[in-house]
Design a protein around this ligand. Structure first.
Ligand code: ACO
Ligand code: KIV
Length: 501
C-alpha cells in the first residue's frame, strides 16, 4: 500500500525572504490560489510578527484559500505566537509553526543560552501555541548540525507538549543525504512518542543537496516535505517542490509514496511565481527550466524522435509542458533538421535534405540560435506557400505624450480591409488594428525582438508565438521598422491557423 507525503509549501514565507522577491498582498493571494490549485497540503503564508504587511497577507490568504492548511511562522516567543494566532483567525484550518535553534552554534552563539533552557523554551512555546490551535508544528532550527541524541530529547519533549508535526530543518544546507536520512531514522528509532507526530523535512540548498536530502529524509520516515516553487528561498534556496514531487512520481514503483499534487499544474505555477517574484528560472533547472525537455545534440534528438523515452525520464505533459523541444544547433543531425522542416511544411528528398543540411551546418557554426525563419530561408522561400493574409499598408503614430494609434490595410485573398486602433504602445496599436479585421481569439504567448547586427540602422527580427484553440503557432518578421516586422510576424503566425473557422 502506498504512503502519502504531505506537501508544505513555503514559497510565500521562506521563498519570499529572497531579496527582491517581496510580494504585495494581492500577489500573495494569487500565488496562494495557484498553490491550492496545484494541490499542496499546507501553505506557509508568512511570519506575521515581522511586519503589518505580512500579518495582513496571512489574514487575507486565510480568507481566500478554502482547503489547504494555512500556517504562520513564529519564534519561540509568546508575542510572536499571539500575533500568529490573530492572523489565522479566518483560516478554515490554521497551524502555528514555532521553534528555536538547537545546534550548539545557535544555542551558544545566537540565543546566548544552554541546552536545558532551550528545551524548556521549546516546550513552553508549543504549549502556548496549543492554547490557540490544535495543529502546532515545531522546528528545531539548524537540526542538520544538531547532535542526534540531544535532538531526540528536544523532539520527544515537544511532542509530549502537543506538537503534531516536528520539523527537522537542515537550515544551513550542511548535511549529506546519507547523514540526513540517518538523522531521521535515528529519531524514528529513538523518540518514544514519534508515532504521535508527522516528521517534516526543511532542507536548504547551500551545497546543492536540498532535494537529495529531502528524498533521503522521506525514505527514512519523514512524511511532510517543506518546499518552494522553483526552489527559491533564503541564500541558495530551499528544496524545490517540483523536484520532490516528480522524483516520487518517477520512482513510484520503488518508493510507493504519493502526494496530492496535480503535477500538470507545475509548469504554470512555476511561471507565475517566477514572473510575480521577478526571479528568472535558470534554463537548466530540473523539471521547469527552459531546457528541461529540450534536446540540442543530434544523437539525442534522433533518439527522442524515435522514442521520447530514450532521453526523457518524465513526460513533459505530466508537468504541464506541451511537448519536448528539438532545438537546432551546430550539433544537430539530419533527423532533427528533417523533423523541423516537416513541421514547417517542407518535404525534402534525401538529396535536397543533404544539400540543405550542409548549408545549415555552415550557418549554425556562425549563429547559436537557428530559428524557423533561418530554416525557411535555407530551403528557399520559393517552396513556401504564399500567404493568404498580407500586410498592404501600415501607418503608426507614436511618441512621448502621444497616444499610439495605428491604421492598417490587409489584403485577404485579394480583397482589402482596413482598421484603426489605439494601443498602449505602437506595436499594441498595430496588432489591435489587425485583430479588428481578423476575428480570431488568439493570444500572443511570446514576443521577441532581436537585432541582427548592432547599429541603429539594423534589421529587427521578430519572433511571435501565438496560441489559438490550445495549439501554438510561430510567426516571423524582419524589417528595418520593428513595428512592421512585428505585424509581419503576427500575420505569419495567423496565416498558419486552420482556414475556414
Ligand atoms: C530560520 C528562520 O527563522 S527563518 C525565518 C526568518 N524570518 C525572519 O527573520 C522574519 C523577519 N524577521 C523580523 O521581522 C524580525 O527579525 C523579528 C520581528 C522576528 C524580530 O525583530 P527584532 O525584535 O528586532 O530582533 P532581531 O531581528 O534584531 O533579532 C532576533 C532576536 O530573536 C532571537 N531569536 C531568533 N530566533 C529565535 C527563536 N526561534 N526563538 C526565540 N528567539 C529567537 C534572537 O536571538 C534575537 O534575540 P536578541 O535580540 O535577544 O539577541
Ligand atoms: C524556520 C525554519 C523552519 C527555517 O526556515 C529553517 O530552519 O531554515
Amino acid at each position: 500500500m502506498s504512503d502519502r507525503l504531505y506537501i508544505f509549501d513555503t514559497t510565500l514565507r521562506d521563498g519570499e525572504q529572497v531579496p527582491g522577491c517581496q510580494l504585495n498582498t494581492v500577489e500573495k493571494i494569487e500565488v496562494a490560489k495557484a498553490l491550492q490549485e496545484l494541490g499542496v497540503d499546507v501553505i506557509e503564508a508568512g511570519f506575521p510578527i515581522s511586519s503589518p504587511g505580512d500579518f495582513e497577507s496571512v489574514v487575507e490568504i486565510s480568507k481566500a484559500v478554502t482547503w489547504p492548511t494555512i500556517c504562520a511562522l513564529t519564534r519561540a516567543v509568546q508575542k510572536d505566537i499571539d500575533v500568529a494566532a490573530e492572523s489565522l483567525k479566518y483560516a478554515k484550518k490554521g497551524r502555528i509553526h514555532t521553534g528555536i535553534g538547537t545546534s550548539d552554534f545557535h544555542i551558544y552563539h545566537k540565543l546566548n543560552s544552554n541546552p536545558e533552557e532551550i528545551i524548556e523554551r521549546a516546550v513552553e512555546a508549543v504549549k502556548y501555541a496549543k492554547k490557540y490551535v490544535e495543529d502546532v508544528e515545531f522546528y528545531a532550527e539548524d537540526a542538520g548540525r544538531t547532535g542526534n541524541e540531544y535532538l531526540a530529547r528536544v523532539i520527544e519533549a515537544v511532542i509530549k507538549a502537543g506538537a503534531t508535526v516536528v520539523n527537522i530543518p537542515d537550515t544551513t544546507g550542511y548535511t549529506l543525504p546519507h547523514d540526513f536520512g540517518a538523522k531521521i531514522k535515528y529519531l524514528v528509532d529513538n523518540v518514544p512518542n514519534i508515532h504521535k507526530a508527522v516528521i517534516s523535512t526543511h532542507c536548504h540548498n547551500d551545497l546543492g543537496m536540498a532535494t537529495a536530502n529531502t528524498i533521503s529524509g522521506i525514505m527514512n520516515g519523514a512524511r511532510q516535505a517543506e518546499v518552494t516553487i522553483n526552489g527559491i528561498g533564503e541564500r541558495a534556496g530551499n528544496t524545490s517542490l517540483e523536484e520532490v514531487v516528480m522524483t516520487l512520481k518517477t520512482h513510484y514503483q520503488a518508493l510507493q509514496i504519493e502526494t496530492g499534487v496535480n503535477t500538470k499544474q507545475i509548469y504554470q505555477t512555476s511561471r507565475l511565481v517566477s514572473t510575480l517574484m521577478n526571479m528568472p528560472v535558470q534554463p537548466n533547472k530540473a523539471v521547469v527550466g527552459r531546457n528541461a525537455f529540450a534536446h540540442s545534440s543530434g544523437i539525442h534528438q534522433d533518439g527522442v524522435l524515435k522514442n521520447r523515452e530514450n532521453y526523457e525520464i518524465m513526460d513533459p505533459t505530466d508537468v504541464g509542458i506541451n511537448e519536448s523541444a528539438i532545438l537546432l544547433t551546430a550539433r544537430s543531425g539530419r533527423a532533427a533538421l528533417k523533423h523541423r522542416l516537416e513541421l514547417l511544411g517542407f518535404q525534402l528528398t534525401k538529396e535536397k535534405l543533404d544539400e540543405v543540411y550542409d548549408e545549415f551546418l555552415k550557418l549554425a557554426d556562425k549563429k547559436k540560435d537557428i530559428r524557423d525563419d533561418d530554416i525557411a530561408l535555407l530551403v528557399g522561400d520559393a517552396t513556401r506557400k504564399e500567404h493568404r493574409i498580407k500586410l498592404n499598408y501600415l501607418q503608426v503614430i507614436s511618441g512621448k505624450s502621444l497616444k499610439p494609434m495605428a491604421s492598417v490595410v490587409l489584403d485577404i485573398a485579394g480583397e482589402k480591409f482596413d482598421a484603426t486602433s489605439a494601443g498602449n504602445g505602437p506595436v499594441d496599436a498595430a496588432i489591435s488594428a489587425v485583430k479588428k479585421i481578423i476575428h480570431r481569439q488568439v493570444v500572443i504567448e511570446e514576443f521577441l525582438v532581436q537585432a541582427i547586427t548592432r547599429g541603429s540602422d539594423d534589421i529587427g527580427k521578430v519572433h511571435m508565438q501565438v496560441e489559438y484553440q490550445d495549439s501554438v503557432y510561430h510567426g516571423f518578421g524582419a524589417h528595418t521598422d520593428i513595428i512592421t516586422a512585428s505585424v509581419e510576424a503576427f500575420l505569419d503566425a495567423i496565416n498558419k491557423l486552420p482556414v475556414g473557422e
